[in-house]
Design a protein around this ligand. Structure first.
Ligand code: GLU
Length: 495
């Protein structure tokens, strides 16, 4: 490579990071690390109308959580700063004026109303270049009158513009289809186009890796680079991420939704709040649009950084396989230590409203469910009952196949008796005692254990029964069995 590798992630602070943007950040990071270059975070906050309070913090926090550290940018500084565009306004103004002086840009005084009537009356989008043809006197008069203006670029009217995309090849457009875009707005702020080009140049960005949705702006930016007499960075547009069913773009989604019965998350903080681990999410995102090779699906960020280059990026849109993320997260959760798993359980349960969680109990539960959960929701489903004051039990769920209410009642009474007298309340003795009890009652183990499982957990699918009892302890176990029995003796409400 001719230039040292310097890439940037340039989000606009318009809310939480979209998962598609997180993938863009990740690919830039991998690229920088692979080539020993620099990964720069730049905040493109020139559109004051779209600014969302708190989003800068969200971006910083989100990237840190993912483990994508930046070498230059907010909070870490760098020689090319400031890295927040609103602090660089002077620079953009200077270069916009330079273009005006060079006759490559002009002041446009058209009012909002005029522009509106234009777009209403024209078939084609765009500005009719009215002010491009004003005379020097016209300008002088309008300036003297203090008319507010924007600065527009003088797009060539003929010919074509070609940009070479490393992943896609040449992108060529007719200049006649490009509009005289606004560079500086009336509020004194630059547009995205101007600020982006000026910054990429002065920050000495070597490669632009960004989402496919930005392709239309590439020829426009090329025109700007040419007008400034600057070399355009090497550019590559990353493939769009499609919805899990392969139809439509995920980038159009602004918040989680349900598709084919499955919840699909789209904002980085939604993944975090649902209990996805950063390492699982990173692994998952790396697989969308890029392939590690060797048919490997599980790898660390360091391993992919070693291999990452643009040659294995597939230009075609990639599906977002939400179901795979769950599986991957499960894989990573299984690698967690007991301590980490306990803290994972605690966060999940506290997030669901459980309080005063006993640490020792969590330590017993963690290994029991570690191989069975993929996210916080699973933890709550599989472990929440341990901490409930009362578990939800109804005669319908309690009474097992080929059993009557009387049989169920008898089974519960007999279990209570057996357990009250059991010398040691631990897994093995519980199992032995209850297997013998099933036999004595003439029940299949499946029937008795089914009753007990519902009585103790309020659900039909739960962690192993005897371990569960041992964790709950004798007192709670007996209390729950008795409560279940009372449900049976309550008169049934006729519906
Ligand atoms: N600010 C743009 C964004 O929000 C950056 C696009 C680019 O990378 O050029 O994604």
């Amino acid at each position: 490579m001719d230039h040292p590798v310097r890439v940037r992630f340039a989000p606009s602070p318009t809310g939480s990071i979209h998962i598609g943007s997180a993938r863009t950040a990740l690919f830039n990071w991998l690229f920088a690390r692979h080539y020993g270059g620099r990964f720069i975070l730049r905040i493109e906050d020139t559109d004051q109308n779209r600014f969302v309070q708190g989003s800068l913090e969200q971006i910083i926090d989100g990237l840190r959580w993912l483990g994508l550290d930046w070498d230059e940018g907010p909070e870490v500084g760098g020689e090319y700063g400031p890295y927040i565009q609103s602090a660089r306004t002077e620079l953009y103004r200077e270069w916009a004026n330079w273009l005006v002086d060079q006759d490559r840009a002009y002041r446009c005084y058209c009012t909002r109303e005029r522009l509106k009537s234009l777009s209403d009356s024209q078939d084609t989008q765009g500005y009719d270049r009215h002010c491009r043809y004003l005379t020097a006197e016209d300008h002088a008069r309008k300036q003297a009158d203090g008319e507010s203006y924007v600065i527009r670029f003088k797009m060539p009217l003929e010919g074509t513009t070609t940009v070479h995309d490393v992943i896609r090849g040449d992108i060529t457009v007719e200049n006649s289809g490009l509009t005289d875009l606004v560079l500086m707005k009336a509020d004194g702020f630059p547009t995205y186009h101007l600020a982006n080009v000026v910054d990429d140049h002065f920050m000495e960005i070597s490669h632009i890796l960004r989402g496919e949705e930005w392709i239309p702006t590439a020829p426009v930016h090329k025109q700007l680079y040419d007008a400034f007499g600057w070399e355009m960075p090497i550019i590559a547009h990353l493939p769009v991420i499609l919805n899990p069913n392969g139809k439509g773009k995920l980038s159009k989604r602004t918040v989680s939704f349900t598709q084919d019965g499955r919840k699909v998350l789209v904002l980085l903080h939604e993944f975090r709040q649902a209990g996805y681990l950063p390492e699982a999410l990173i692994n998952f995102l790396t697989n969308i649009g890029w392939s590690f090779g060797d048919d490997r699906e599980i790898f660390t960020i360091t391993e992919s950084a070693e291999r990452f280059d643009l040659s294995r990026i597939n230009p075609a849109g990639g599906r977002f396989p939400m179901e795979k993320l769950g599986w991957l997260n499960g894989v990573y959760l299984r690698q967690k230590s007991l301590e980490e798993m306990v803290s994972y359980l605690r966060t999940a349960l506290e997030g669901a409203g459980y309080q005063d969680l006993d640490e020792e109990m969590l330590q017993h539960i963690a290994p029991l469910i570690q191989t069975r959960v993929q996210c916080y929701e699973d933890v709550v489903a599989r472990a929440g009952f341990f901490f409930m004051e009362v578990v939800p039990v109804t005669p319908e769920t309690l009474i097992q196949d080929n059993m009557t209410a009387e049989m169920t009642d008898r089974a519960l009474v007999a279990t209570v008796e057996t357990l009250e007298n059991l010398p040691e309340f631990e897994t093995q003795s519980l199992e032995e005692a209850l297997r013998s009890l099933a036999e004595a009652l003439g029940l299949k183990t499946k029937q008795l254990f089914g009753v007990l499982r519902v009585a103790l957990t309020g659900q039909t699918v739960a962690p192993p029964l005897f371990e569960t009892m041992a964790i709950l302890g004798r007192q709670t176990t007996l209390k729950r069995l008795q409560a279940a029995q009372q449900t049976l003796s309550k008169p049934q409400v006729e519906s």
